[in-house]
Design a protein around this ligand. Structure first.
Ligand code: DAK
Length: 261
């Protein structure tokens, strides 16, 4: 792994843990951090030793408190558009990397922070986490995919309420509306995320990978096309050794040993 200024990285038992680390700005995403995330996800994508990725924020208070407002303050329209496009491309890279990505949301997930969490496959929140898209208070709409991913996750009406009011919601409300998958005590957050990562890692890797691709592809197309895509990846999995192993193990009443082949 190359060196990073605003990200910390460690690997534990096949789980890659990426920590956004800009403590002075509550881990707000400046351009340098977005570029580092881009590079980090390229490295993680090609590192076969990493099976599942967890993203979290440094410290107790914040996951990511948004895009860095001081950097955006004096941007021109063209600079704003380019900044939005850059971060959107990086978030799409995270969303589509062929490995599960879990956001362990330890505190504020506002603006670009909420958008980063939504680009992940699964969100686990500490009871102390707070979510929101406060951009309208700054004179802008969300620009890192928030208007699109929030509506897909929580539905049009709830998304519009959060987007129009800029209100912050707590973890319990985020869970109630389906923005997060689980809520845990703050000191259980990492273990809960890691336990989920390990459970996923115990399943057939190619099957998990195609589930991710099928959900992502399917949500962008009509049901008929999504179902057709599913049939293709379902069929392809019969060419894997793990399909033979999974079904043989079931018949032999033993646990499967998957190899990712
Ligand atoms: N950017 C830069 N610095 C930030 C920051 C941010 N988003 N959030 C916090 N900080 C900094 C504070 O300025 C403060 O710095 P110092 O004054 O100590 O130097 C330090 O972090 C600690 O923050 P506070 O003192 O404010 O801490 P509090 O506990 O009092 O409040 C807070 C915590 C999270 C409620 C508050 O910091 C806050 O409201 N932060 C801003 C949250 C926010 O509005 N986030 C959304 C950012 S806008 C687009 C591209 C991108 C976007 C949209 C469009 N296009 C190109 C189309 C995305 C926009 C956003 O994400």
């Amino acid at each position: 792994m190359s060196t990073y200024e605003n990200l910390l990285f460690r690997s534990e038992d096949g789980v890659g843990i990426v920590t956004i680390h800009r403590p002075k700005a509550l881990n707000a995403l400046n351009a340098a951090t977005i570029h580092e995330l881009d590079r980090m996800f390229d490295e993680l994508g090609s590192d076969d030793s990493i099976k599942v990725i967890i993203i979290t924020g440094s410290g107790e208070k914040s996951f990511v408190a948004g895009a860095d407002i001081t950097e955006m303050q004096h941007m021109s329209a063209v600079e704003g558009r380019n900044w939005g496009k850059l971060a959107q491309a990086v978030f799409s890279k995270i969303e589509n990397i062929p490995k599960p990505v879990i956001a362990a949301v330890n505190g504020y997930a506002l603006g670009g922070g909420c958008e980063l969490a939504m680009a992940c496959d699964i969100r686990i929140a500490s009871e102390k986490a707070k979510f929101g898209q406060p951009e309208v208070s700054l004179g802008i709409p969300p620009g890192f995919g928030g208007t699109q991913r929030l509506a897909r996750l929580v539905g049009k009406g709830r998304a519009k309420e959060l987007l129009f009011t800029g209100d912050m919601i707590d973890a319990a409300e985020a869970y109630r509306i389906g923005l997060v998958n689980k809520v845990t005590a703050p000191d259980e957050l990492f273990n809960t995320a890691k336990a989920m990562a390990q459970k996923i890692m115990s399943r057939a890797p190619i099957a998990v990978q195609v589930c991710k691709a099928a959900v992502n592809e399917g949500l962008d197309v009509d049901l008929k096309s999504g179902i057709a895509y599913e049939a293709e990846v379902f069929g392809l999995c019969f060419a894997t050794r793990d399909q033979k192993e999974g079904m043989t193990a079931f018949v032999e009443k033993r646990a499967p040993i998957f190899t990712g082949k």
